[in-house]
Design a protein around this ligand. Structure first.
Ligand code: DSN
Length: 424
């Protein structure tokens, strides 16, 4: 067969783009080479609907091994008794949780998307907001989760489920406080730790598993694995809410969740991606990953300090995790303009609504900046100042195309010192 140079040339172009740029999208990272290798192989050929030891196809004895290994490693990382590694993405994992525990029209509460929440936490544009009755809590004017509002709304509205977790929130969560009010009203607590999972894995942030009934995550952000989702329970339990499976049988929470992933919402699992998840989980269990996670947190703090020194307005005044949200209104720049111009300098990040934003989600007043990817490249605290200087130079000269082009040269030079996939 003739090699498809058209596609492989495009892939090579993307490799060069990743090599040359400063990657600050908070939800992105660079996997190890072996994680990528585990994804590109014969496992993609195999159908394996079902779960290890109970599949609907023959010939699953090998993929059973890889999926079981992924599950066992993941359980070890988060000290869990049960995990499902099949969700194709974080949204699929969250969809399965809804399917497992909520009936259409039932009420749940999540962080408002415009305040840092996620589409699957009840946006009207998403299945979660279309199928279920979503109510929201927000943040205080200082940009911190408004726990008083969350408690008052929970008591008044009595949602069946409360979601904690965010896509653009730089502070840790008080899971214990959420569980307390949930217990008062008999609600399920579901933590979506897609963003900070890698820091939680190493004990650098509060442990949601102590207080939340169900936990989901993506695997490709701070966990530095392949794109995908996971669902976990620290302890399986007989569900006290009397939730039944589609046949009307009472089930444990793990059974409900397994059924919601397959056959509830997915077909054949992506065993090649599950193999890559297993590789990433093996890496997370090493001391090297502990060093990495600590460096992510240290880099985020160094970067936040450098931004504040240049009078950038950080929502919540700083960060506990891997990201920060910056309100650019005092600099008279929109998020859209900032993203587009920084892109030209090969500094990649995303425009982001800030709490109480007066601009549309397509324009926004802010940017979200994250350090997991540049930390994987090897940048340390001392480089954060350089990165902030480069961003500031672009933003303060936003219409000077010649200067922006010169900055892109500086960006290439800086990143040339941190080789990415030299084997490729
Ligand atoms: N798109 C992800 C993020 O950037 O945070 C969330 O799904």
């Amino acid at each position: 067969m003739q090699r498809d140079t058209q596609v492989f040339d495009i892939i090579r172009k993307e490799l060069e783009r990743q090599r040359n740029g400063i990657e600050l999208i908070a939800s992105e990272n660079f996997t190890s080479l072996q994680v990528m290798q585990a994804m590109g192989n014969v496992l993609t050929n195999k159908y394996a609907e079902g779960y290890p030891g109970r599949r609907y196809y023959g010939g699953c004895e090998v993929v059973d091994e890889v999926e079981t290994l992924a599950i066992e490693r993941l359980k070890k990382i988060f000290n869990c008794s049960w995990a499902n590694v099949q969700p194709h993405s974080g949204a699929q994992a969250n969809g399965a949780v809804f399917l497992a525990v909520m009936k259409p029209g039932e009420k749940f509460m999540g962080l408002d998307l415009s305040m840092g929440g996620h589409l699957t936490h009840g946006s009207p544009a998403n299945f979660s907001g279309k199928t279920y009755h979503a109510i929201h809590y927000g943040v205080t004017p200082e940009g911190l989760i408004d726990y008083d509002q969350l408690e008052a709304k929970a008591r008044a509205e009595k949602p069946k489920m409360i979601i904690c977790g965010a896509s653009a929130y730089s502070r840790d969560w008080d899971y214990a406080r959420i569980r307390k009010v949930a217990d008062e009203i008999g609600a399920i607590v579901f933590a979506d730790i897609a963003h900070p999972a890698g820091l939680i894995a190493k004990g650098l942030l509060n442990d949601p598993f102590d207080h939340c009934h169900i936990v989901t995550s993506t695997t490709h952000k701070t966990l530095r694995g392949p794109r995908g989702g996971i669902i976990m329970l620290r302890h399986d339990f007989e569900n006290p809410w009397g939730i039944k499976d589609p046949k009307g049988n009472l089930r444990t929470m793990s059974q409900l969740l397994d059924l919601a992933v397959f056959p509830g919402s997915q077909g054949g699992p992506l065993e090649h991606v599950i193999a890559a998840k297993a590789v990433a989980f093996g890496e997370i269990l090493t001391d090297n990953f502990t060093t990495y996670a600590r460096q992510v947190q240290a880099n985020a703090q160094a970067m936040a300090k450098a931004f504040v020194a240049k009078e950038y307005h950080l929502i919540s005044k700083g960060t506990d995790n891997h990201l920060m949200l910056i309100d650019l209104r005092n600099k008279n720049i929109t998020g859209k303009k900032a993203q587009e111009t920084l892109d030209k300098a090969h500094i990649t990040l995303n425009k982001n609504a800030v709490p109480f934003d007066d601009k549309s989600p397509f324009v926004t007043s802010g940017i979200r900046v994250g350090v997991p990817a540049i930390t994987s490249r090897g940048l340390k605290e001392e480089h954060m100042q350089t990165v902030v200087d480069l961003i500031d130079k672009v933003l303060m000269n936003i219409d000077d195309t010649a200067l922006v082009s010169r900055v892109s040269g500086e960006v290439h030079e800086l990143m040339g010192g941190f080789p990415l996939y030299p084997e490729l």
